[in-house]
Design a binder for this molecule. Structure first.
Ligand code: GLV
Ligand code: MN
Ligand code: MN
Length: 417
């Protein structure tokens, strides 16, 4: 490793990085040490403003695109070559933790600061990106900011999405965009030389094997659906069962059929119904309408394809007397990260003496969409007991710093290619 690169890596500051997590975790803090920072909420806006204030203090360039992705740039020597990018997301699950997403943003910022303090000149600019609405917990689907930025999804197609309270994404987005007046406008899909995302593992492998860094090889495939069941509301005490069109009963039958479809003795296949809206949602009225989400994941392309195609016919069959509408909302095939980026990350870890392990990601990430437009990879750090999407999510300051060092060394190598 070049001496100036080593100096930058040595400037990665574990306490500063930890302190920034503490500051961010205060925005949307919930009982149990968790964070609720929904995309395009007042809390999301405050987190964005805090990040931008840190970037301004460093005189880094700040820009934002029309879906609200924020870019923080440390210029390189050659303004005409595409930048190397790194980042993740600042939104959380409704009962989320202090690390999912925000770690990748803060690790990238730590890398930018360390490189800046060491005065290292890079050929390419290095750019942090904070993606909008990665979680999809408020406005489905997930990984929205990176999907729109990379052209996989059109902005016009998602602006009408509503949250559980009926707020339209278009309105929440407009408020968010107006709250960062310092940011220059940024076009979608400007070329990138490479993308590296740091993230907590959200699973138990690193901890179980006593390794500090995961060199991520790819992400499993994912299908999301919204299934709506239409019935008729009636009196719960007086209406005979055989005369009912009970939307909850039909929804349960559909879910049981999907459970059977996705049952896997090896526990590789993942099936989740995590969101359910019932109308009129009263104990003594038969439900007239149910909307529920379906999330199915598998690493194998043929398997995820087959399962995805089976959902609609199966739901129609199981719905009985009720009507059903099946809306696919996300279709991500398994992705394999770029071999050169993967080996650059592995080499960085080995050079720095950070114990590491190659592994695949069970969770979805913005790196999936970036891998379709440029060479991409990810760096994982352990989280306690593998717990994530939970207030109890936890990680060690020294592991977060080790991941940020590996990230810094990797970005420097890629930025000088
Ligand atoms: C992202 O949080 C995912 O659902 O994997
Ligand atoms: Mn995440
Ligand atoms: Mn998440």
């Amino acid at each position: 490793m070049r001496e100036d690169h080593r100096e930058a890596v040595d400037r990665v500051h574990a306490t500063r990085l930890w302190q920034r997590h503490v500051e961010m975790a205060a925005i949307g803090a919930i009982p149990g040490n968790g964070v609720n920072r929904a995309a395009f909420s007042a809390e999301d806006i405050r987190a964005r403003q805090l990040l931008v204030s840190w970037a301004e203090a460093r005189r880094f360039g700040i820009s934002m695109d029309a879906i609200g992705n924020i870019f923080v740039r440390r210029p390189g020597l050659d303004p005409d070559v595409p930048p190397v990018m790194s980042g993740s997301h600042m939104d959380t699950q409704p009962r989320g933790g202090r690390f999912d997403g925000i770690y990748g943003v803060l690790a990238a910022f730590e890398a930018l600061e360390a490189i800046d303090e060491a005065g290292v000149k890079t050929r390419r600019s290095i750019e942090l990106v904070a993606w909008s609405n990665e979680e999809g917990g408020r406005f489905a689907p997930c990984t929205m900011g990176s999907a729109v930025h990379t052209g996989a999804r059109a902005l016009e197609d998602i602006v009408g999405v509503t949250d559980n309270e009926g707020v339209v994404l278009k309105d929440a987005l407009a408020i968010t965009l107006a709250a960062i007046p310092q940011a220059k406008g940024r076009e979608f899909n400007a070329p990138a030389a490479a993308y590296v995302e740091a993230h907590i593992e959200q699973g138990p492998l690193l901890e179980m094997q006593g390794k500090t860094v995961g060199v991520v090889t790819g992400i499993q495939g994912l299908r999301w659906f919204n299934i709506e069941v239409f019935g008729k509301t009636d009196h719960a005490g007086t209406t005979p069962l055989k005369l009912r069109k009970d939307a909850v009963r039909a929804a349960v039958d559909i879910i049981m059929a999907l459970r059977e479809l996705t049952s896997d003795p090896d526990d590789v296949l993942r099936f989740t119904v995590g969101r359910m809206l019932v109308t009129p949602n009263s104990p003594n009225s038969v439900a007239s309408h149910v909307l529920f989400s379906v999330d199915i994941r598998h690493p194998d392309q043929a398997t995820i394809q087959r399962l995805g195609e089976a959902v609609e016919p199966l739901a129609r069959k199981a719905a009985g007397v009720c009507d059903v509408k099946v809306m696919p909302t996300l279709h991500d095939d398994p992705c394999v990260f770029d071999a050169q980026v993967v080996s650059a990350i592995e080499r960085a870890a080995q050079t720095l003496g950070v114990s590491n392990l190659r592994l695949a990601s069970g969770a979805s990430h913005d790196a999936n969409y970036m891998s379709r437009v440029c060479p991409a990879g990810m760096i994982f750090v352990p989280c306690e007991n593998g717990v994530s999407h939970n207030e109890a999510e936890n990680a060690k300051p020294e592991d977060l710093a080790a991941g940020a060092r590996v990230l810094t060394a990797t970005l420097l190598e890629l930025a000088n290619r």
